[in-house]
Write a protein that binds this ligand. Structure first.
Ligand code: CMC
Length: 418
């Protein structure tokens, strides 16, 4: 390997692969020409070692536990910024001036009304439809209303960002069989969301906690749902369809659905008598098929920096609300047991963002099955920024290769002869 290229020889054929170095000194071998020159493709289940794109949005170092949006440390943003400002930063690459932020906030308010048909659709969905299914459904429906949604326009980014908190709040009410609360354009983004979700003004402590949670979820580079948004967007599907696909990807318990799963697991442990050692032992026993939800991460092999911030926020919110939650005690015990257990230590399995977020969501009063819609609300600016970047970069349609392992050619047999 030379400084800037790798020569690969396979079956007597040679290709030269340029080495790409990122601004944080990450190295990649560009294998664009590998198949053309040698006939080989690479194989990487779950894309564990494959960079699908170059990006200027989020930097993450899983070994060092670093997360930065556009170069700004997540801890600084969580402490000093607010969610709307972070959304602006992710979308446009720079922190806004006072005037830019005021204009952005105003546009978000101006575009926040939901078409009346969407409310009707929500009410018509089968009773008990999971909130994530409701969110994916109505988000894709918006592509029927905003038919220019595939265009790279401010109008498109702002429109979806403006409508999303209103949609999520309506879904939170709908899944409890409650009437919708009117959208109040005098309130700011997060305050209005909480007001619409609970039907009463939210305290400053709750608004701050929610704001922080949303910031911590706002982007996470090429994770499962974001890669889905980029993949769908690469076919030139519009932003609502792309985001709807991302919502479906996020729903699974190995991804965003873990926040619901964590809380259900803590409840199950509590019901069972609270013996955390028993559940840690089960998690270590592969035959049990049981995993400790909220532990482990594909890229963090060190403490998830978001979990660190959330743990502190969790204590503050519970303290402020005066909530004495046995689940928090169980969570702390689980965390300590795992951090001191060789199984978890050797596999670098630390608590992730979903470990604490569920406890805070529950303390605020959100029903457990709505937790993942809150993750989606937070992740939206990241999805839209990544969708925008994909299109600005004019990236080609996503289309991986495969290695076929099925039957080779064989003659069709008549049904009477099988
Ligand atoms: N409990 C017990 N064992 C685990 C866990 C866990 N939560 N997570 C991973 N392991 C073990 C796994 O069995 C494997 O062991 P071995 O090497 O002996 O076969 C090893 O650790 C590596 O696990 P993996 O499944 O190969 O790792 P991955 O990178 O494919 O999966 C993960 C990452 C997040 C899907 C996984 O850690 C997991 O299922 N965690 C629980 C679900 C969860 O909390 N998900 C939320 C992720 S954070 C929010 C987000 O960004 O989506």
């Amino acid at each position: 390997m030379s400084e800037d290229k790798v020569t690969i020889t396979l079956g007597g054929k040679t290709t030269e692969c340029p080495v790409l170095v990122g601004t944080e000194n990450e190295y990649a071998i560009n294998i664009d020409k590998l198949r053309e020159d040698t006939g080989f493709v690479t194989l990487d289940f779950g894309y564990k070692n494959t960079g699908a794109t170059t990006s200027k949005i989020t930097f993450l170092d899983g070994e060092l536990g670093i997360l930065r949006y556009r170069g700004y440390e997540i801890a600084d943003l969580a402490e000093k910024s607010n969610f709307v400002e972070v959304a602006y930063l992710l979308l446009y690459g720079e922190l806004p001036t006072t005037a830019q932020l005021a204009d952005f906030n105003q546009k978000l308010k101006d575009n926040s009304d939901i078409p009346a048909e969407v409310a009707t659709i929500l009410k018509a969905l089968p009773k008990g439809t999971h909130p994530m299914a409701q969110l994916a459904a109505v988000t894709v429906v918006l592509s029927g209303v905003y038919k220019d949604g595939a265009k790279l326009t401010d109008e498109n980014y702002i429109n979806i960002l403006a409508k999303f908190p209103v949609l999520v709040a309506m879904i939170i009410r709908n899944s409890q069989g409650l009437d919708f609360v009117a959208n109040d354009k005098n309130l700011d983004y997060v305050a209005n969301f909480l007001h619409m979700a609970f039907g009463k003004p939210a305290s400053d402590v709750l608004i701050d906690a929610m704001d922080k949670l949303l910031i911590l979820h706002a982007d996470h580079e090429q994770n499962c749902s974001t890669s889905t948004v980029r993949m769908v967007g690469s076919s030139n599907a519009n932003v609502y369809a792309s985001v709807s696909a991302g919502i479906s990807a996020l729903w699974g318990p190995l991804h965003g659905g873990a926040n619901q799963a964590v809380l259900e697991q803590l409840e199950a442990i509590e019901k069972d008598g609270g013996d955390t050692a028993k559940f840690v032992a089960m998690a270590k026993d592969k035959a049990s098929g049981f995993r400790l939800m909220g532990f482990g991460h594909r890229v963090y092999k060190n403490f998830d920096p978001r979990a660190k911030i959330l743990k502190k926020a969790c204590d503050e919110v519970l303290d402020d609300l005066g909530v004495q939650d046995k689940k928090l005690t169980i969570a702390v015990e689980l965390e300590q047991a795992a951090l001191n257990d060789d199984y978890f230590v050797s596999r670098k399995l630390y608590p992730n963002v979903d470990f604490y977020s569920g406890i805070i969501y529950q303390a605020i009063g959100f029903p457990t099955d709505t937790f993942t819609t809150l993750f989606a609300l937070g992740r939206l600016p990241g999805w839209v920024a990544q969708w925008k970047e994909l299109k600005e970069n004019k990236e080609p349609i996503g289309r991986p290769r495969q290695i076929y392992l099925g039957a080779t050619v064989r003659p069709y047999s008549d049904i009477t002869e099988r």
